[in-house]
Design a protein around this ligand. Sequence first.
Ligand SMILES: Cc1cc2nc3c(=O)[nH]c(=O)nc-3n(C[C@H](O)[C@H](O)[C@H](O)COP(=O)(O)O)c2cc1C
Length: 379
Amino acid sequence: MSQSPHPALRTDFARALGIDLPILGFTHSTEVAAAITRAGGLGVYGIAHDEPDQVPVKLTELRQQTGDGPTAADMMIPAGMPEGETLESVRARLPDEHRRFVEDLRRRYEVPESSHRTFFNSVLRTPEYFEGQLQGLLASDVALVAFGVGLTADAVTRLREAGKLVGALVGHPRHVERYVDVELDFLVAQGSEAGAHTGTIGTMVLVPEIVQRSGDIPVLAAGGIGHGSQIAAALAMGAQGVWLGTAWLTTVEHSHGDHATGPRLQQKLLAAGSGDTAITRGSSGKPQRQVRSGWTEEWAAPDAPTPLPMPYQHALVGDLMTAISEHEVEPLLGSPAGQGVVWSRRIEPVADVVNRLVAVANEALDRLTPPNFEPPATR
Ligand SMILES: Cc1cc2nc3c(=O)[nH]c(=O)nc-3n(C[C@H](O)[C@H](O)[C@H](O)COP(=O)(O)O)c2cc1C
């Protein structure tokens, strides 16, 4: 860290985690997650795309890259996933209209065949898959686990019994009601501006409401955050920290590895403004904010079929998505990204992103607070 953080950034939640900055960063790259922690925040490694046998491998990699700092992970257990099915059995029953639409996309945009196996073209989300992933987390030394889309009370209990801090992303006040009987250690209030699966309520409206409803449970703010002043705003709304996803996509560390942002996608993200994202159900079946592309436009076209629910849409489009990303096929190329993509202006190391966030948050907090400000205990 090049600047010492303003005292207001030393929140109780950050202190409890043993980190200097209340900045949590979600990513599918172990290298990025480790770099966030080394820069003073906490990198949260998303295991959604890791098959159960890969989870221990990835978490070991994460530990080695992180050094002595804490590690954290994120998974999802969406409700209603089919039991006892395979990708093949589901694919065999996909509607003809949908299949034709996807084949037509492939033909019109001249997308070459995919050459490798990815989560998207070879895995079906099932309860068995999630249980396998959970076992990997239980056996690991991650200090914190967050649930993205959905959770089960059983998974939360088992993780807490294993000594992990467990939290959940919420995009609507009703999620807080739904989790009232589940013992959670923190919540991430994720506003609609966020990249990937998202709701309809803006961050500025959602955060104070979730803070108010959550009682003693600490809340982190997420969705569209990429400028240090927004960290000051999040703290002012009662959040104990922030949770960022989009900001890491254009880092040096994210330009290699399994989920690398390739050069054409990097250019698309760097060029995108706050108005250049769109919500589509075309990738996973659930509303997902992505950088606007031919893909988001095609699925929004009047003649496009209504996307199928999760996990069937993914079974439908997973191979095409793999091929588009492998061959960087313009203009279909895209990525989940939030409206805060406007703050991604150059490819730079994770540490530079974190340092700038802190420097700008410091300035914002200095503007708001007298020089000798001592923050009151927030909880
Ligand atoms: C490329 C990408 C992939 C994501 N995948 C997941 C995921 O697998 N699980 C999850 O809980 N959140 C996921 N998210 C959402 C983040 O956890 C976070 O809530 C969101 O990015 C915050 O908003 P921001 O993108 O505006 O910073 C993803 C976000 C991005 C940008």
